[in-house]
Design a protein around this ligand. Structure first.
Ligand code: DAT
Ligand code: MG
Length: 150
């Protein structure tokens, strides 16, 4: 599906380390279409909702604290198999297991400082996009579509 959408977020450590452009550039150069983006300081309640599936994990309080340590850069990217491809581009959750060439494999070392988030299923992507962009997305057409897709 070339209209599939995924929610990609540069976490506070990625923002602080100056990696917003680097991370966005990888999706942009790959051919994905940016349809929403903003720098935002989410509330604790908002982050707990985003990570609600993990609320019973021992690392949950520390992870929420880290996510509250600074602003995040929220993005929605659209394109062919965006969810699965986005996860491949991010690399494994634990950066030590992320291959070189992936974002985490190139820029991170610790699981609790893995610099970026990407939706793990189409269903979760839809939920995350609704949570982070209740105002809606940006509609426009690109002139390069016929160069990116057959
Ligand atoms: P992912 O971000 O790859 O989807 P996840 O949804 O399982 O991974 O976990 C969300 C975040 O929680 C992850 O990016 C970093 C943090 N996390 C996961 N496992 C952890 C662990 N064992 N110790 C510390 N933080 C962890
Ligand atoms: Mg996840």
């Amino acid at each position: 599906n070339i209209r599939e959408r995924t929610y990609i977020m540069v976490k506070p450590d990625g923002v602080d380390r100056g990696l917003i452009g680097e991370i966005a550039a990888r999706f942009e150069k790959r051919g994905f279409k940016l349809i929403a983006a903003k720098l935002v300081s989410p509330t604790k309640q908002h982050l707990e909702k985003h990570y609600e599936d993990l609320c019973d994990k021992p690392f949950f309080p520390g992870m929420i604290g880290y996510m509250l340590s600074g602003p995040v850069f929220a993005m929605v990217w659209e394109g062919l198999d965006a969810v699965k491809t986005g996860r491949v581009m991010l690399g494994a959750t634990n950066p030590l297991q992320s291959g070189p060439g992936t974002i985490r494999g190139d820029y991170a070392l610790a699981v609790g400082r893995n610099i970026c988030h990407g939706s793990d299923s189409v269903e979760n992507a839809e939920k995350e996009i609704a949570l982070w962009f209740p105002e809606g997305l940006v509609q426009y057409s690109r002139s390069n579509e016929a160069k990116v897709y057959e």
